[in-house]
Design a protein around this ligand. Structure first.
Ligand code: PNW
Length: 503
């Protein structure tokens, strides 16, 4: 594989640029003598000033040290230790060994130009049994991580729940099947805001309600095109009925609301809080007013169980009707708690979940099938469409009037390898990022209040049931040696962050 641009290639490119730009002399333009002589002005697709350029990770996916310094076991430790659950029998026991290498990892974040970092706190490191006595060594790890980030000028954004529930709460309460878990979560959230709030100004309560609830308590189907669906799962690996599942959903959003209240009550002045949800992203088939309206209707409807109830404080009539006897039981007070006012909305955006056209019949939109030939990235569920990074934040603003939105995850896995020259040429990831970010820039230019973008992920890591096979990082990790190698996409990210414009 040759990655060098030869002088001849450069001259050809220069000639093509000259031809394209000299409309009066098409066909008679002279090739430029030297590509260096002319000034090339890259297009400027700028983001608003003060925009955060971040990367993200989560505790179980990178920390390792699964049983060190007093940490209690989590449901993901248990699940990954169960034979047959994870591809190749991989576990997060060691993962990226980030628990011991966090200083090197923060230095790398600085090198790749990140101005913000979204990490998650492992609840069982702080409360090994979910509740009760806090573990000072666990707290100390996150405190040192935050200090290290602040020292190099990277803004820390902490997620309080990225799926690694203390095993004790699973054993005792059936996890999120019980309101007791929601209450325990709020106590832990309040404690973290108290302990880190002097330095951490942004907290996300829960990451991806949909993924951990549906994956963990029933298993969920994702449409991948051509009428095919994929069944995905995760810890704790239960198979609940629809009614039971709706109750778990309700407890998860209740946990979020209680956590928001606890953070407000016990946190420091100026602490900001929101959630990070992979809401179902709906793309209008065409950008006509009717189609966009239909897409908004579908967004509110298809996210009724999580995003909509958290932002509106009510389950939509359609949702309750659709679920009939399987609808969750709840009180008005709980709904108020669930919709506690937020400072921002975080959305994880990877793929379109639905393409819609208008319809005169209820529910007022029609989801069209995703074609079998629709492009995908390396992950089998990952349907490719940059438009979703325009429409997801757009709908959040137009439907719910959000004043501040973060893209809390976006990125793709790719078949990355270290080339003979020691570098990693992830051309498809750069293509993915440029295409998606161009759409995000379009959203900000249209007045959508997006304040930051967190690329998933800083480093290759433990990709849940796929183990170490699916690499999402800007930094390549050799899991045998723990050697880190920034990929070509890391240069793309650095340049984008430096310019505050798509590179
Ligand atoms: C997210 N889907 O999961 C998680 O928040 C991360 O921990 C994870 O590593 C990352 O995205 C990449 O997978 C998702 O099927 C899992 O659409 C599945 C889907 C989306 C996100």
């Amino acid at each position: 594989m040759s990655t060098h641009v030869t002088r001849r290639d450069a001259a050809k490119v220069a000639a093509a640029v000259t031809l394209a730009s000299s409309s009066a002399t098409v066909g008679v333009a002279q090739p430029a003598q030297s590509s260096d002589a002319r000034e090339v002005r890259p297009p400027r697709r700028e983001f608003p000033s003060g925009f955060y350029w971040g990367t993200g990770t989560s505790s179980y996916q990178i920390e390792g040290a699964w049983n060190e310094d007093g940490k209690g076991p989590s449901i993901w430790d248990t699940y990954a230790h169960t034979p047959g659950k994870i591809k190749n029998g991989d576990t997060g026991d060691v993962a990226n060994d980030h628990y011991h290498r966090y200083k090197e990892d923060v230095a790398l974040l600085k090198d790749i130009g990140a101005t913000a970092y979204r990490f998650s706190i492992g609840w069982p490191r702080i409360f090994p049994e979910g509740v009760g006595q806090a573990n000072p060594k666990g707290l100390d790890f996150y405190s040192r991580l935050v200090d290290e980030l602040k020292a190099v000028g990277i803004e820390p954004f902490a997620t309080l729940y990225h799926w690694d529930l203390p095993q004790t709460l699973q054993d005792k309460y059936g996890g999120w099947q019980s309101k007791d878990t929601a209450k325990a979560f709020a106590d832990y959230a309040g404690y973290m805001a108290e302990q880190l709030g002097d330095r951490v100004k942004h907290f996300f309560t829960i990451n991806e309600f949909r993924s951990f609830v549906e994956g963990g308590y029933q298993g969920f189907d994702v449409q991948v095109g051509g009428g095919k669906t994929l069944h995905l799962g995760g810890a704790p690996g239960l198979r609940l009925s629809n009614g039971e599942l709706n109750q778990v959903r309700h407890h998860a959003v209740l946990g979020h609301g209680l956590a928001v209240q606890a953070i407000r009550a016990r946190g420091w002045a100026g602490t900001k809080v929101g959630f990070a949800e992979n809401m179902r992203t709906v793309v209008p088939v065409m950008e006509t007013p009717e189609c966009i309206k239909a897409a908004e209707r579908a967004t509110r409807d298809l996210n009724a169980d999580f995003t909509t109830v958290m932002l509106e404080g009510r389950y939509t009539d359609d949702y309750l009707k659709r679920n009939g006897k399987d609808a969750p039981t709840f009180t008005d007070d709980e709904l108020k708690t669930i919709a506690s006012p937020l400072d921002f909305v975080g959305v994880n955006v990877y793929r379109p979940n639905s393409y819609v056209t208008p319809s005169d019949d209820p529910p007022g939109y029609r989801s069209i099938p995703i074609n079998a030939s629709h492009p995908k990235t390396q992950s089998e569920w990952h349907v490719f469409d940059p438009q979703c990074l325009y429409w997801a934040p757009h709908h959040v603003q137009s439907l719910w009037g959000a004043k501040s939105i973060f893209i809390t995850e976006n990125g793709c896995s790719a078949s990355d390898v270290v080339a003979d020259d020691g570098k990693v040429y992830d051309s498809d990831r750069i293509m993915f990022l440029r295409a998606y970010l161009t759409q995000l820039q379009r959203a900000t230019a249209d007045g959508v209040a997006v304040n930051g973008y967190f690329l998933w992920s800083a480093q290759d890591n433990f990709e849940w049931i796929y183990g170490y096979g699916n690499r999402f990082g800007l930094i390549y990790v050799d899991f045998q040696t723990q050697k880190r190698t920034p990929k070509l996409s890391a240069s793309f990210f650095r340049e984008t962050a430096r310019r505050n414009a798509v590179a």
